[in-house]
Design a protein around this ligand. Structure first.
Ligand SMILES: Cc1cc2nc3c(=O)[nH]c(=O)nc-3n(C[C@H](O)[C@H](O)[C@H](O)COP(=O)(O)OP(=O)(O)OC[C@H]3O[C@@H](n4cnc5c(N)ncnc54)[C@H](O)[C@@H]3O)c2cc1C
Length: 488
């Protein structure tokens, strides 16, 4: 992919011109355009697909918001920005950016109100059980805040806010942001334009060139260019280079997540960070996971199964090679209603743990020892190894079963293409930016005229990932990037 910048004197004529040019119309691009437009800038959004939406429009729609939103209050949860900040610093770390997390936590209630004012509806009701997205239209859910180790680090409050849809809500978020954006005079959209390179003049970014319907198109940005083109999960070369653990796993996103925005910015001297980090959603039903012992090939547990399943998946893939199994008993399996099992079935069923570990290929005695220790403490309502909540602790009794995470179930079906590996991935690394959305160069200084937000950047989740920190981060820091570009 050739992304070398063009010098302005090489451009024979400009096809479009605006104060602020936004590349990419997902949640970050839309939010940037809204704020730039409200600040009085003349804005042009250039989108590669025929209508925009990106990964944002197919997402679950959870936004990580807290600090005392109206929904949290209505559901009886007492939250404040300090507690939210404490949680995020650990959940998004190690190496979470303290200034960014602080800024996000302090501004979260105002951002929630901004979304509501833009027409994004959230119901004041709480879904209490582990899930990827609530199967109801409840507006609030836990994202690991009530699980170890977080429940000892910060006062637990659920902060997953999902627009009122009854299932995935990304489309509704994008529909409302798009309507808000379209209502602002001076904000325009051109689709079917694939940006290929930035245009520079004496070190300043002042436009972009790309292709539209087979023709070269040049766009001039009087104040700045905001990159909001998404991540790089679909760029195999970049994945192999930066995030090899993610290679070979089904991707969640859109195939426009090809890293072009990152490469275009790198070509003008931008720094990147956190490129190896990825979200690795373990593709199993959370209601079964929480009742199981998740073990590796050595038959050992390595995490509390009741924490946010994205965290479980990241740990399983990055530190246990992705070869993990949910071990449970018949009673626990049957206690989950069929709709909660999402088509998952035991891969092996045995009367004894010795038989089970033999069938699973786990060294003799290893699984039996793990279950023995678990059962001893579970009978007392304790999990001294990983701190799983008492609510989910129950000694396992024969008959036993185990589910291989690569076995088919409905959780991954319809979401991903390609081979089932038990993990669905997207990238978290990207451009280094200031909290005002300025893209930082290799020398540590902002690059004049270049701004970015969303998955094209390394945002809140520096390593650990919590659902809602993509749409939350993209909309929050997208707004800041748009406002900064407009002010220039
Ligand atoms: C199934 C699924 C569920 C998810 N659930 C959640 C969730 O519940 N909560 C959460 O926080 N996150 C979730 N995510 C992650 C989240 O959707 C993304 O990380 C987030 O939407 C990224 O937003 P963005 O604006 O940076 O990029 P996108 O929304 O992907 O938008 C980027 C846009 O840029 C365009 N573009 C790309 N290249 C170019 C180019 N060269 N020129 C012009 N335009 C270009 C694309 O066509 C696209 O429209 C989910 C993702 C998936 C796939």
């Amino acid at each position: 992919m050739d992304t070398a910048p063009r010098e302005s004197h090489e451009i024979s004529g400009w096809d479009y011109e605006a104060d602020v040019v936004v590349l990419g119309l997902g949640c970050a691009g839309a939010s940037a355009a809204i704020e730039a437009g409200r600040a009085g800038a003349d804005v042009l959004v250039l989108e590669r697909s025929s209508s925009g939406g990106g990964s944002s429009a197919i997402a679950g729609g959870e936004l990580y918001l807290g600090g005392g939103t109206r929904i949290q209050q209505a559901c009886g949860f007492d939250d404040d920005p300090d507690e939210m900040c404490k949680f995020l610093l650990v959940a998004c770390g190690p190496m979470a950016d303290e200034e960014r997390v602080r800024c996000y936590s302090d501004g979260s209630v105002a951002h929630f109100n901004w979304l509501v004012d833009a027409g994004v509806p959230f119901n004041p009701s709480h879904w209490p059980d582990p899930c990827w997205v609530p199967p109801t239209d409840d507006g609030l859910m836990w994202l690991g805040e009530n699980s170890a180790p977080f429940n000892a680090i910060a006062r637990p409050s659920p902060r997953g806010h999902r627009p009122a849809t009854g299932h995935f809500g990304g489309w509704l978020l994008m529909e409302r942001l798009r309507a808000e954006m379209d209502a602002i005079t001076g904000v325009g959209v051109v689709c079917d334009f694939a940006a290929e390179r930035l245009v520079v003049e004496r070190g300043r970014v002042m436009g972009a060139v790309g292709r539209r319907y087979g023709a070269d198109v040049a766009v001039r940005a009087r104040r700045g260019v905001v990159l909001a083109t998404g991540g790089f999960a679909y760029n195999e070369v970049m994945l192999r280079q930066h995030a090899p653990t993610l290679v070979g796993h089904p991707k969640v996103g859109t195939d426009t997540d090809d890293g072009r925005g990152i490469l275009m910015a790198q070509a003008v001297g931008a720094a990147v960070q956190g490129m190896e980090a990825g979200q690795a959603a373990i593709a199993v039903p959370p209601l079964l996971l929480v009742r199981s012992l998740l073990v590796n090939l050595q038959g050992q547990r390595f995490i509390n199964e009741d924490t946010y399943p994205g965290r479980v998946g990241q740990e399983a893939l990055y530190h246990h090679g992705g070869r993990v199994f949910m071990v449970l008993d018949e009673e626990s399996f049957e206690s989950v209603p069929p709709e909660g099992r999402r088509g998952a079935r035991p891969t092996w069923v045995c009367e004894t743990l010795e038989e089970l570990e033999g069938e699973m290929g786990i060294p003799t005695g290893a699984l039996a020892a793990t279950v023995g220790v678990y059962n001893t403490y579970a009978a007392r309502g304790e999990d001294p190894l990983f701190g799983k909540n008492e609510r989910w602790l129950k000694p396992l009794r024969s008959p036993f079963g185990a589910i291989d995470v690569v076995a088919p179930n409905e959780v991954a079906a319809g979401l991903v293409e390609g081979p089932r590996t038990g993990f669905n991935i997207f990238t978290l690394g990207g451009l280094r930016t200031t909290i005002d959305g300025e893209v930082v160069g290799l020398d540590g200084d902002p690059i004049d005229g270049l701004y970015a937000a969303g998955r094209v950047t390394s945002g809140l989740p520096r390593w650990g990932y919590i659902s809602g920190t993509s749409l939350g981060d993209g909309t929050f820091f997208g707004r800041r990037a748009g406002a900064t570009a407009a002010r220039r």
